[in-house]
Design a protein around this ligand. Structure first.
Ligand code: URA
Length: 466
């Protein structure tokens, strides 16, 4: 009876061990159909009924095994594939190479193609691991420890270790996976046994920062959903802190595309013809970092046409939550002063120079941040469009950002306040302070500033002739 060889593989990614055995089998002239490879955990009966031990010793004077560099490179990757038949394939190709040294050049050969396909999948998995491992920080008394959970599709952990050691050499980290673990203590790399997802502590403040950053850099103008899903396959999403933002970001990008179509296909060419179209388009606007920060756009509100348009800086926390301008504390100050000045806000238009809420997250709180000049300038297109539709005779600009939104340049509020400045189309501009400024002042100064603010609104009222 012809002997059959059942050759144990020490570890799923033990290419060197396999190669050693394969060489000796080839040199002993053992054809592929007489060899079975016993992967770790395989049951004894999985391979052959008649089991014969490891490969025989190589007879003296046996010529060396031929294996081209192309074969070795491909085999090293293909060996990491999860396919249980991978070592059979590698051995078969190695066997054939002995009589056909140029076999690897035949890309139409089914065995070569199969090896190529396995190697390709493995390389992709290696790349995905590099891209999608997300460390969580665990604060330890002496030095922070970083832990990540990743679910590789193939046996790529050790093959990727060097990359993570080089990239995160100064950190102490562990990468836990269901196939094994890597631990780097800053000097030495250790491999560990398979882990569970629950071994990784949840909740990490750094994740919020990362999510905010991801939302800010997400570029809807470049979004190709199919390409994105290909690059970031859904099976990785569950372990990415930013992944639950993706459906919403894609939806926003699609809304933007729809609004561009509604605008006649011109992104910024022709202003919207109705306030409703304007609001839709503003909601989908991602032309600046604030527009990309995941907050909702707060549209202008009130009458149209309107003789009076009041322009603030940007929505605050309450405005963003409710989707309405001037409903938070500063809005209350404005409304009280307007009522006392006899200005009926129901007949006015309330809006902002910037439509999204620029802020920084501090724990659960969102702290206001002043929009930057370029953000105001970007949003100015929408303000101009709204102004063209509302056609106010008087614009009251609350603070420097609002004034820049109207004039397109920086002006000193204290120098320009309290006077009527001519605008195009016969309209006038009145610059005054922002009501949130009043809220920040101590009692005495605030009382003085309240008087000045009231005087500015009184001027507005006189100008309107109401
Ligand atoms: N501050 C503003 O400038 N606008 C608002 O809508 C609310 C507060």
């Amino acid at each position: 009876m012809t002997a059959l060889y059942r050759v144990p593989i020490a570890a799923h990614d033990d290419f060197e061990g396999w190669r050693d055995s394969a060489r000796r089998l080839i040199q002993a002239g053992i054809a592929p159909d007489r060899v079975g490879w016993a992967l770790p955990g395989a049951a004894a009966g999985d391979l052959f009924d008649a089991e014969v031990g490891p490969p025989p010793p190589t007879p003296a004077g046996t010529p060396p095994v031929r294996a081209s560099r192309g074969y070795i490179e491909l085999a090293q990757s293909a060996a990491l594939h999860a396919d249980p038949a991978r070592f059979d394939l590698l051995y078969r190709v190695l066997w054939r190479l002995q009589s056909a040294p140029r076999l690897m050049e035949d890309r139409a050969d089914p065995d070569v193609r199969a090896m190529d396909a396995l190697a390709r999948v493995v390389r992709r998995d290696i790349h995905k691991m590099r891209a999608f491992v997300r460390f969580r920080v665990i604060e330890c008394p002496e030095v922070d420890q970083y832990v990540a959970w990743f679910e590789p599709g193939h046996h790529i952990l050790a093959a990727n270790a060097g990359f993570f050691v080089r990239r995160f050499a100064a950190m102490r980290w562990s990468i836990l996976t269901p196939l094994g673990a890597l631990h780097w203590d800053g000097e030495v790399l250790h491999q560990g046994p398979p882990a569970n997802r629950s071994d990784v502590p949840g909740g990490d403040p750094a994740e919020d920062l990362w999510r905010t950053y991801y939302a800010a850099i997400f570029n809807p103008a470049r979004l190709k959903v199919d390409a994105m899903v290909k690059e970031m396959p859904r099976r990785y999403w569950k372990n990415l802190p930013e992944a639950d933002l993706i459906p919403e970001l894609i939806a926003q990008a699609q809304a933007r595309e729809a609004s561009m179509i509604a605008l006649g296909g011109e992104e910024m060419g022709r202003p919207p013809e109705t306030l409703a179209a304007l609001n839709d388009a503003v909601s989908a606007c991602r032309r600046c970092a604030i527009g990309c920060n995941g907050t909702r756009a707060v549209p202008g509100e009130g009458a149209s046409p309107a003789a009076l348009m009041i322009v603030g800086e940007q929505p605050g926390d309450t405005e963003e939550r409710t989707g309405r301008p001037f409903v938070g504390p500063a809005g209350q100050v404005l409304r009280d002063h307007a009522r006392r000045a006899g200005i009926d806000l129901a007949t006015a238009r309330l809006t902002n120079a910037v439509r999204h809420f620029r802020h920084t997250q501090q724990g659960k709180r969102r702290l206001h941040q002043t929009p930057q000049a370029r953000e105001i300038d970007t949003c100015r297109w929408w303000l101009d469009a709204e102004r063209a539709l509302v056609r106010p005779r008087l614009i009251v600009a609350l603070g420097a950002s609002a004034a820049r939104g109207i004039l397109g340049r920086t002006v000193g509020v204290q120098q320009e306040r309290g006077k009527l400045l001519p605008l195009d189309h016969g309209a006038q501009l009145l610059i005054t302070t922002h009501p949130s400024y009043l809220l920040r002042l101590g009692d005495t100064t605030r009382a003085e500033e309240e008087v000045r603010f009231a005087a500015d609104l009184a001027l507005a009222k006189r100008h309107l002739g109401e």
